[in-house]
Design a protein. Structure first.
Length: 94
């Protein structure tokens, strides 16, 4: 149950890398419930990428978790220029 305080737990989760977050999700039902919540993923994305929610809403098709795992989690410091270039070609820069 980590800290015993849901808000504190969320602050901890927002700082975790993807692998650690997935591992936390597997440890117990309580943590899985928190991490499986769509609102958690909206806030996780905002905290990690500092992107305006209005921009994010343009590109999300169904779930925030799916959007993160299929789109955003692939971007890192090694390939960000490639994504920036392909985004500009596709007209997906805001």
């Amino acid at each position: 149950m980590l800290s015993g305080n849901k808000d504190t737990n969320l602050l901890i989760f927002y700082k975790l890398d993807d692998k650690s977050l997935c591992n936390m999700r597997l440890t117990c039902k309580y943590l899985n419930k928190i991490i499986s919540n769509e609102l958690f993923w909206v806030n996780y994305i905002i905290n990690k990428y500092n992107i305006d929610i209005a921009i994010l809403k343009k590109y999300r098709e169904d779930s925030w978790y799916k959007y993160y795992t299929e789109d955003l989690s692939r971007i890192n410091s090694h390939n960000s220029n490639k994504y920036l270039k392909s985004g500009s070609i596709a007209g997906r820069l805001d």
